[in-house]
Design a protein around this ligand. Structure first.
Ligand SMILES: Nc1ncnc2c1ncn2[C@@H]1O[C@H](COP(=O)(O)OP(=O)(O)OP(=O)(O)O)[C@@H](O)[C@H]1O
Ligand SMILES: [Mg+2]
Length: 512
């Protein structure tokens, strides 16, 4: 006899496509999951909800053969299984798309689909068969991405859809998506949801992780809330309100998400005059001290490129960038930092963090000279001040000596943000600062932006998250096809006025 009491399944209830029972997973003694049991039903989208670091990615890592649970079992169609490797999990029909993109940019769509499963004919890779299978895999999820396009040329949404197509090759019974829309715009999200709906109708069990409240209701059938590695509640979405979900997730009531930022514009901090460069044309833009200015538009509209040009990550071909009224010419990021500008990249994995150095050093890096006297680094001060910054951003776990890859996605984002708080920069450029960040941490980031503006810094907020733009900024520019397509402030800062400007005439005609 076991001492565990297993609740009888009610008569007639659908059998779980996949289930975890009593799963515990520890990392160096720290329990990222504790005794978690969840049934995932076929033909349903099951949302996993929880704060950054709650254990969501760890749970799907256990299902997908990346992490071996310390305790507990996984049941696939009622049978106990052990997916010891990702490959074995795929063979069992568990398809997963992870938080970090995993395509090879310099390979084509077909080649990416064939990776690790190249069809061979007499021992040679059969390219034609590979291409045919690629077309089939894409058609299955209703996608028309050309198989010969290079992965690097695809939009983020197309890459995401390609990853799903790749995961679904073979007989998948379970599809796992970890924050698939974190960097997608609304209409790209629609495409992805169509794919998810199709697969749900086909009877797959879909496990879906998101921090976006609106999305949960649109797509989810059931939800499980995790907190500190423990399952708090599983229920149909109809049984909980949004407020319930946030309270279950945080264990407390969360106040207003968006702080009121008083508009007290000072001198001109950042001014672009007819700036052209890769992907953008004749950009005119102004940000004054104490102002929060939004830069929004579709993924691929050119808004990200504008941020990169400002910070010297890309070259201006023509036009001027003036900082505090001065034309400081072509520049490198290190020069820009010295000129008082700081930039927070969207892609923390590739341009954000140094994986092999502790969180603390990642934060202190751009400000080391502040703690250096006569060539010697004052390590004690560096440590004290950096730790204060990370504490303020509520880094979890609060261990500044841990390496970035050991933090959850949202906490990695906090480390990137920490860099701007180690010295008084006058101009802050954020590129999608809250992608993948939970509601609580989001409020912390918005509060930090408010403090910057209150102290007289200029903030340029590049974001695809329309509610964030509308509720936070004093003024917003919409970018479409590499140009500024509109500027809005005051009463005009609404979704209804901004959204139509996202789509250029060309796209409207195509959509019609
Ligand atoms: N390889 C690892 N080594 C050490 N600790 C880890 C490792 N992977 C995850 N953790 C820890 O386990 C906890 C759960 O992390 P997990 O990535 O599952 O969170 P999450 O719910 O997916 O968060 P997010 O919403 O930020 O992506 C975190 O405290 C994290 O720091
Ligand atoms: Mg995660």
């Amino acid at each position: 006899m076991t001492t565990h009491i297993i609740t009888e399944r009610p008569q007639g209830a659908a059998r779980a496509a996949i289930a975890v029972q009593g799963v515990t997973k520890r990392f160096q003694g720290f329990a990222a999951l504790r005794d978690v049991s969840i049934d995932f039903l076929p033909g349903q989208v099951h949302v996993l909800f929880g704060e950054n670091g709650a254990g969501k990615s760890t749970l799907i890592g256990v299902l997908a053969g990346i992490h071996r649970p310390d305790e507990g079992t996984i049941l696939l169609d009622g049978q106990q299984v052990q997916a010891a490797t990702p490959r074995r999990a795929r063979e069992l029909g568990i398809a997963a798309v992870f938080q970090e993109p995993a395509l090879v940019p310099q390979l084509t769509v077909a080649e990416n689909l064939a990776l690790g499963r190249e069809p061979t004919s007499r021992g040679l890779v059969d390219r034609r068969a590979g291409r045919r299978q690629a077309v089939e895999a894409l058609a299955r999820i209703g996608s028309s991405i050309p198989p010969d396009a290079y992965a690097r040329d695809l939009s983020r949404a197309e890459q995401q859809i390609l990853e799903i197509a790749r995961a679904l090759q073979g007989e998948a019974k379970v599809l796992i998506l970890d924050e698939p829309t974190a960097s997608l715009t609304d209409n790209e999200t629609d495409c992805l949801f169509d794919v998810v709906h199709t697969l749900r109708r086909e009877g797959l069990a879909i496990i879906y992780i998101t921090h976006r409240m609106g999305e949960i209701r649109r797509i989810g059938d059931r939800v499980s809330v995790l907190r500190d590695g423990a399952l708090i509640r599983t229920c149909p979405l109809g049984e909980v309100t949004d407020d319930d979900l946030v309270t279950l997730m945080t264990g407390r009531q969360v106040g207003a998400l968006f702080p009121e930022i008083p508009h007290r514009p000072g001198g001109m901090a950042l001014e672009l005059q007819k700036v052209s460069g890769a992907g953008v044309l004749e950009i005119d833009l102004q940000v004054r001290q104490g102002e929060v200015v939004g830069l929004t538009g579709l993924v691929g509209s050119g808004k990200a490129e504008i941020g990169q040009l400002c910070f010297g990550l890309a070259r201006t071909v023509s036009g001027r960038i003036r900082i505090n009224g001065q034309d400081l010419g072509h520049s490198s990021p290190s020069k820009r930092l010295r000129q008082g500008m700081v930039y927070y990249p969207a892609d923390r994995k590739h341009d954000g963090l140094v994986a092999s150095r502790p969180a603390r050093e990642n934060v202190s890096l751009p400000a080391l000279d502040r703690w250096t006297r006569a060539g010697f680094l004052d390590r004690r001060r560096e440590r004290l001040e950096t730790e204060a910054v990370l504490k303020r951003l509520s880094l979890r776990p609060a261990n500044p000596d841990a390496l970035p890859p050991t933090f959850s996605g949202g906490n990695q984002q906090k480390i990137v943000l920490g860099r701007g708080f180690t010295r008084p920069y006058g101009i802050h450029i954020f590129d999608e600062p809250t992608a993948g960040v939970d509601v609580g941490a989001r409020a912390e980031i918005y509060e930090a932006i408010k403090e910057l503006a209150d102290s007289g810094a200029a903030v340029l907020l590049i974001s695809s998250d329309l509610p964030e733009v509308i509720n936070l900024v004093h003024r917003a520019y919409v970018v479409a096809e590499g140009r500024i397509a509109g500027e809005f402030s005051g009463e005009d800062l609404t979704e209804e006025t901004l959204l139509p400007v996202f789509f250029t005439q060309h796209e409207k005609e195509q959509g019609a």
